[in-house]
Ligand binder design. Structure first.
Ligand code: ATP
Length: 247
């Protein structure tokens, strides 16, 4: 897993008592009680391609948390091989998938940064754009959450956002001990609790179990098969969108 230097960040000092990049290059949030503001939630990923699993669980999270959910495609994911489709192609697929509704929105900020897409940097940016009491939420499927302790500056994520874990079938695994111990005192049992503080809680959110993955979709396309009903119709309606994956 690459451990490159975190890119320099530009901050507004508004939301921080000390909006600096510390030696560990992490921004510091002054914890404040939440004021009931509508949370901003992000679902990051490679979206290579976006599929109905992503879209449905993001939709259910928007409903359950009463949050604005932003789908955030990663530029160079630090934890995995480079995507098959380039950034522009993945954005076009997301735009097509999200057309016709406004609950889920596309946020391309990670594609505008050079280097690896560290979530801690993204949350620092969002924090700097928000009030200190604005709840920010990082949405993670069970698989991504289980691997959290391998992420860059992972403990700092709890200073910046709440984490909501979305159930994903086929990915039940015990949490590593250091992650289990970090979250032990952070558990929330209702979405309402996430509005009472800006960051730091962990909520398990049961969502419709959809055993759909981008890798399975890519495999179908590479084999010349049609992944209908696994992808939004808009992706199947335009041949160019799925061309990067066809064998
Ligand atoms: P791949 O198969 O290429 O690894 P993926 O389908 O896991 O891709 P990603 O873009 O890596 O998709 O996932 C982004 C985020 O969405 C992760 O937090 C992941 O856990 C979550 N996610 C993806 N698919 C589902 C699903 N079917 N149900 C719940 N969460 C999901």
């Amino acid at each position: 897993m690459p451990r490159q230097a975190t890119p320099a960040l530009a901050h507004s000092a508004r939301a921080f008592d000390d909006a600096r990049i510390s030696d560990s290059q992490t921004c510091r949030l002054t914890p404040q009680a939440g004021e009931g503001a509508k949370p901003i939630a992000i679902l990051g990923g490679t979206f290579d391609p976006v599929h109905l699993g992503h879209l449905r669980v993001a939709w259910e999270a928007a409903e359950a948390l009463d949050a604005q959910v932003r789908l955030m495609p990663a530029n160079t994911p630090p934890h995995r091989p480079a995507p098959i489709a380039d950034a522009q192609q993945r954005v076009r697929m997301l735009e097509a998938a999200l057309a016709g509704q406004d609950w889920l929105v596309l946020d391309t900020r990670e594609l505008r940064r050079d280097g690896p897409s560290y979530t801690v940097d993204t949350l620092c940016e969002l924090r700097a754009e928000s009030s200190a009491s604005q709840p920010l939420i990082l949405l993670l499927g069970t698989d991504a959450f289980t691997g959290l302790a391998t992420w860059h500056q992972w403990r700092s994520l709890f200073d910046l956002a709440h984490i909501v874990v979305l159930t994903r079938p086929g990915h039940a695994a015990p949490l590593p001990a250091e992650l289990a111990s970090e979250i032990a005192a952070r558990q929330a049992s209702t979405a309402k609790e996430l509005r009472q503080s800006a960051a730091g809680k962990v909520l398990n959110l049961p969502v419709t179990p959809l055993e759909i993955s981008a890798s399975a979709v890519r495999a179908l396309l590479a084999a010349g098969r049609e992944p209908r009903w696994l992808l939004p119709d808009a992706l199947l309606a335009n041949e160019k969108l799925l061309a990067p994956y066809r064998g």
